[in-house]
Design a protein around this ligand. Sequence first.
Ligand code: NDP
Length: 324
Amino acid sequence: MQALILEQQDGKTVASVQPLDESQLPQGDVSVDIQWSSLNYKDALAITGKGKIIRDFPMVPGIDFAGVVHSSEDPHFHVGQQVLLTGWGVGENHWGGLSQRARVKGDWLVAMPQGLDGRKAMIIGTAGFTAMLCVMALEEAGIRPQDGEIVVTGASGGVGSTAVALLHKLGYQVAAVSGRESTHDYLRGLGANRILGRDEFAESRPLEKQLWAGAIDTVGDNVLAKVLAQMNYGGCVAACGLAGGFALPTTVMPFILRNVRLQGVDSVMTPAARRAEAWKRLTQDLPESFFVQSATEITLAQAPEFADKIINNQTQGRTLVKLA
Ligand code: NDP
């Protein structure tokens, strides 16, 4: 068995593929033979050491995985069953998915939803799951396709791509914000109705012309501030990311004069019932074409190189890691 191991050397994070022995795995009641994992922005921060994601080294990164149960002391899971996992701090403070085997708490696992397999589940991964939670947040805020356009920021990334595909399939008009010309064909292919440059979102006044019924923001900082200033009266922004920074240079004006809702979205601690609902919705609402358009498949050994690419904004869609 092999795993990507992160270690600290002279204050720097070093990543290497190393042999893994069963006895090294952390405590847990289910062990899983991992077939697929993926690289999310948080994995890229962890692997490159650009973000303080990991405190205890050595650590196996990988915040999500899909595979087959190898052994189980949890009555909910049996040997040979297909499962997936996202979140719960796995790949952050518990050894994660960039490994050929993991041992975890059964409570963290999700039985593979009908209609998915491990590969498709990890093309969705944490990013796609989060995109679904964002779409559900807009629906729960009462935003319907006839209410107007939805803007998606960081649109060519993992969360953004899945959000564009889901919203298009659900009948919404989608405006995609991207910092790169090279992503435009891809975004149109996913269903974006129009594409706006990230540079148009660099500066904002407290209130601007009302443009958006809803928004899914993966970027934060100035981009989120601009989106808030452009929301329609009664609109909702589902905010899940910080690819552009964790600051939020805004005012209370959109909230107190336009009744705008800023809805935070977290995927890590999502309760089990909502997880199940989101995965069910993903199997229904994500078009088959998404799985072909959005996946780049890599090996475990390529993970550090692709983590660098993610941090440098040189990937698009989802990066899928093949482990078996
Ligand atoms: P990706 O790297 O796949 O996508 C991020 C996208 O953001 C890029 O493709 C790019 O889109 C845009 N971007 C990159 N750098 C910058 C920058 N400096 N300024 C503005 N935009 C930038 O990441 P993910 O989709 O996996 O994650 C997106 C964000 O969501 C991350 O911050 C991640 O941590 C967060 N996240 C949060 C979760 C939660 O539970 N709350 C779960 C999953 C993700 P383009 O080139 O099109 O402009």
